[in-house]
Design a protein around this ligand. Structure first.
Ligand code: NIG
Ligand code: FE
Length: 419
């Protein structure tokens, strides 16, 4: 077979689709051309050479194409579950009270420490598969339920293994400063020393973490303690990010901005000073409407101010057993619009281009452009806004991951339209 024949033989077309490329929805029908695992061309359908339609195979027609979705904030690897605390909260006990009584994050720490690597892998796999079936092609996974070198390392290894066994890119984050482990009760500064001087260097040496996160909150660590973690990360050349301004305003966002953090996450209590600080730092504002919803929060993040300041907004599931037991990223599109009043376009940018930016991978991920690796989703909807508008599973028609079609369905029952 000559090289030319081989190349054209491999050409696959998604013809007459509505294209959301990560930034905007194109207003004319487009054709996505894939060749040798890359996006060879993105062009208006009327300009497609007839030859290509005759030679190449039409892999899909009509519907919507988006970049593969990116869930840029999850705690997907954990032991046990917290359905009992869900019941407690329904009886009126608050998330903070449960944490103060040794439940909350610490109950998941106990369950995670008790689990083997294989058990953690087996429990995380179906959660990851649920995200994959919903069009997700990149997932960030944090540690933070181990809280000792051995157990944090175990969590991060499981995260890496998930990425090597399933068709999805995994980005790992070390969240040693998530909660104070029971053995350090009353000695938070000593634990932070352990994180900075022992855990973080060992994790970095094994290349188990792509970034470092902290929980800066009155039920977690102070801004000064978080800064020590950032300094240690910086010394090792690792990027940082923070769970900040979730339950109160500790000015964690200002700290994050000083360390050019990739993202500030939650940010319900972010104020004007915080916005001013992150405006020019390149830091992404990551919104987690699932945690807001689950905790029945009433303090909405300052969306209009973020918008005015031109700060990129990302959206993620925050998938975890406590504050957001949610494993469906398209549901977050709906919640970001309904609860936070984002536009559908902003919400879609939040799980594509801006989510990639929040992980520092925007040069390769989150946007569809000629020459890039072909990783995208073909949806059984007529317009991208529908993905945010209705809460409806099984709309993923095809999922293309690194040039391979890893999911191909007729969309199950309840088609919105026939192709
Ligand atoms: O992102 N805010 C801190 N950490 C998690 C909650 C983890 C848990 O409750 O287990 C979050 O909401
Ligand atoms: Fe989180």
């Amino acid at each position: 077979m000559s090289h030319t024949t081989k190349a054209s033989g491999q050409r696959q077309l998604w013809h007459q689709v509505t294209l959301f490329d990560g930034a905007r929805t194109h207003d004319t029908p487009m054709t996505v051309v894939m060749n040798e695992g890359r996006i060879e061309r993105l062009l208006p359908s009327e300009q497609v050479p007839t030859q290509w339609l005759e030679d190449g195979s039409i892999a899909g027609q009509g519907g919507v194409i988006t970049p593969g979705l990116i869930d840029c904030h999850t705690h997907l690897v954990f032991g046990g579950n917290r359905a009992n605390e869900f019941e407690q909260r329904l009886e009126g006990v608050s998330y903070a009270d449960i944490a103060a009584q040794g439940g909350g994050i610490l109950s998941t720490v106990n369950a995670t420490r008790a689990a083997t690597e294989d058990e953690l892998f087996a429990s995380a796999k179906p959660r990851l598969e649920a995200l994959i079936a919903d069009g997700v092609t990149t997932v960030e996974i944090k540690s933070g339920y181990g809280l000792s070198l051995g157990h944090e390392r175990k969590m991060l290894r499981v995260a890496r293994r998930l990425g090597s066994e399933l068709p999805v890119d995994i980005v790992t984050t070390f969240l040693g400063a998530h909660a104070l482990p029971p053995e350090y009760k009353g000695r938070a500064d000593d634990y932070i020393t352990e994180v900075c001087e022992h855990m973080l260097p060992a994790i970095a040496a094994e290349q188990l973490a792509d970034a470092v996160d902290v929980f800066c909150e009155n039920i977690a660590f102070t801004t000064a303690q978080c800064e020590r973690v950032f300094q240690a990360a910086q010394k090792l050349g690792l990027s940082v990010k923070g769970h900040v301004e979730q339950l109160s305003n500790q000015h964690g966002s200002e700290l994050c901005a000083r360390y050019q953090a990739l993202s500030v996450d939650h940010i319900e209590w972010l104020d004007d000073t915080g916005i001013e600080a992150i405006k020019d730092s390149g830091t992404v504002a990551t919104l987690l409407p699932g945690a807001f919803y689950t905790l029945r929060d009433t303090k909405v993040p300052p969306i209009e101010q973020l918008r005015k300041a031109g700060i990129p907004m990302a959206i993620a599931t925050d998938a975890n057993p406590g504050s957001s037991p949610i494993f469906q990223l398209t549901l977050m599109l709906n919640m970001a619009c309904t609860l936070f009043r984002l536009t559908p376009t902003e919400a879609l940018q939040g799980v594509t281009s801006n989510a990639a930016r929040a992980l520092g991978i925007h040069y390769t991920h989150g946007t569809l452009a000629e020459g890039r690796t072909a990783t995208f989703c073909h949806w059984q909807v007529e317009h991208p806004a529908e993905l945010a508008y209705s809460i409806q599973p099984n709309r993923l028609r095809q999922r293309v991951y690194k040039g391979q079609i890893t999911h191909n369905s007729q969309g199950g029952s309840g088609h919105l339209f026939e192709m």
